[in-house]
Design a protein around this ligand. Structure first.
Ligand code: GTP
Ligand code: MG
Length: 516
């Protein structure tokens, strides 16, 4: 790990560990799914193929040291990754028109009874909304406008809605698919599976835990819960059934912290186990230009999607997104912002994969974790960015040497030993020995990382300035105030450009940040 004078910025990161023995539930939900389902013409009120599962939990969870934002962001990122990857399997005829994204929030259940009541509450919600929506869309199909249908349903009770469905549309609500009425549970159940074959071809079987989808009328009931060994083992026994659900009581367990007002918010995302991911996908070492370009393309999409993100900086498998100080995005709710940005980024990563790696299959679903950190001043934010950039430089210099040593015939551990404790100057000499006389001649993206931000340019005509021109303008620091009009005349056609560029010195952009 790099050590630099900027490391003090780490002290702004807050601990969000959820203490044992609290149970951690992560609730994942679609973001703007009304629009998403319209654009993709999902069936109403339920499309069998799009039901999603919204609960993950474990008592003994040690996963990511029980850090709330890490746990929630990894789950939502992986969920998104699988959703996009599996899309074609469920909708072979439909193109995914834009990246779906999800939000997630951790819910801290102080006891098993709280979890039980939470489950009962979610299932009740499923039942009520499904019954309401089934009535609504039957009424619309029969010729009513949506508003008329809503007026008819206003204030109706369960029994009345059942009767309406039966008498007007001949639908017996109880015969509708269980998945629509009750939602879905995914549990791990023990099944016997073949793990390998012995030399004489005999299959060797072992018990293993496989996820299974089950449906039940009452997932919070003793009869359902206590008959599943895995639930009893992981979480414990339900000793009573839930009576009347007190949703206000349950809501009091929703874990929601708001980020401090008038501070820069940085959302830093980082690839999960990208060491393995880059091996499996055969990324070039130490830097894979296409892999970095893919990350950059996702960052551009994030800045386009979320106007409050004003600047971003990326290196290796991480990206930092800076939200403007007065941002009110998601009312500054930490888990909402983090999960949405991570999920959107992941969605983009999977969707864009083919464009950057046309010859490579995505072998498994990538995931990213995320965290939010607040920085109170522009100077500290600048130091944060400088910290990440120094890290990029140190890691790149180390990795370049490391892979040169490995290519020259050393084993990985020998290369590690050779580099242990070496200073920058020694590494420079080592590189020179391998024929890299000028470290600075290596691509700037590898040495300095990439940043994405928007520049407003006033052009004299509709002519689009070339990238080379923009680079010169930036080197001359005229992007400082985000206005390079002096160089091209003052006749007005305002355009916004997305710049992806390696930055020689991020400090230079602090003014640009200030002006946002
Ligand atoms: P966690 O983030 O803790 O889950 O671990 P990680 O395996 O993702 O490691 P970390 O984030 O610390 O570092 C990123 C890792 O991704 C690097 O150590 C590399 O192994 C790999 N990586 C990132 N970019 C590239 C690349 O361009 N080429 C290659 N070959 N590997 C890369
Ligand atoms: Mg990583």
């Amino acid at each position: 790990m790099a050590n630099s004078k900027y490391e003090y910025v780490k002290s702004f990161e807050v601990e969000d560990e959820i203490m044992f023995p609290n149970l951690i539930v992560v609730r994942v939900g679609g973001r703007h799914f009304q629009r998403f389902s319209e654009v993709h013409e999902f069936e109403k009120p339920n499309d069998e193929k799009v039901m999603n599962i919204v609960l993950f939990s474990s008592r003994r969870l040690k996963f990511y040291q029980r850090r709330a934002s890490k746990v929630a962001s990894i789950i939502v990122s992986f969920f998104t990754s699988v959703y996009v990857t599996k899309w074609k399997e469920f909708f072979p005829e439909k193109e995914l028109k834009y990246p779906p994204s999800f939000h997630a929030r951790p819910i801290v259940c102080a006891s098993l009874e709280v979890l039980q009541e939470y489950l009962a509450w979610r299932q009740q919600h499923c039942h009520i909304t499904n019954q309401h929506n089934t009535c609504l869309w039957e009424l619309v199909k029969s010729g009513k406008t949506e508003k008329e249908a809503l007026d008819i349903l206003k204030g109706t009770q369960k029994q009345e809605r059942n009767e309406l469905l039966f008498q007007q549309f001949g639908i017996n609500y109880r015969t509708l698919p269980q998945m629509f009425r009750q939602g879905s549970c995914v549990l791990k159940t023990e099944v016997e599976g073949i793990v390998k074959y012995s030399e004489n071809g005999t299959p060797i079987k072992r018990m293993r835990k496989d996820p299974t989808i089950v449906h039940s009328k009452n997932i919070a009931g003793r009869s359902f819960w206590n008959e599943h060994q895995s639930l009893l083992k992981e979480l414990g026994v339900f000793t009573k059934d839930v009576g009347k659900i007190n949703s206000d009581y349950i809501r009091s367990f929703l874990f929601e912290s708001k980020l401090m007002a008038s501070t820069w918010i940085v959302i830093r995302i980082d690839g999960c186990h990208f060491h393995r991911f880059s091996e499996v996908h055969d990324f070039e070492k130490p830097n894979d230009e296409q892999a970095l370009n893919l990350m950059n393309s996702c960052a551009v999409a994030v800045l386009q999607e979320f106007p409050d993100v004003v600047f971003s900086y990326g290196v290796s498998d991480e990206y930092s997104f800076v939200l403007k100080k007065d941002s009110q995005f998601c009312q500054r709710k930490a888990s909402n912002i983090v999960s949405i940005v991570v999920s959107f980024f992941t969605s983009m990563y999977v969707m864009n994969w083919k464009a950057f790696f046309p010859q490579k299959e995505l072998k498994y679903c990538p995931a990213f974790d995320g965290r939010a950190v607040c920085y109170p001043s522009t100077e500290i934010l600048r130091d944060y960015l400088a910290w990440r950039q120094v890290d990029c430089h140190i890691n790149n210099q180390y990795n370049t040497c490391f892979w040169m040593l490995v290519k020259s015939g050393k084993s990985k551990s020998e290369a590690q030993r050779t580099l242990k404790g070496t200073q920058a100057q020694e590494k420079k000499e080592m590189l020179a020995w391998f024929g890299i006389d000028d470290y600075n001649a290596l691509p700037a993206m590898f040495r300095q990382g990439s940043s994405v931000f928007q520049v407003h340019i006033i052009c004299s005509s509709t002519e689009i300035p070339s990238t080379a021109f923009l680079n010169i303008a930036i080197q001359k620091k005229t992007v400082h105030d985000m206005n390079i009009s002096r160089m091209i005349g003052k006749h007005i056609v305002a355009e916004k450009y997305w710049l992806i560029m390696p930055v020689a010195c991020i400090a230079r952009f602090s003014l640009a940040l200030k002006s946002n």
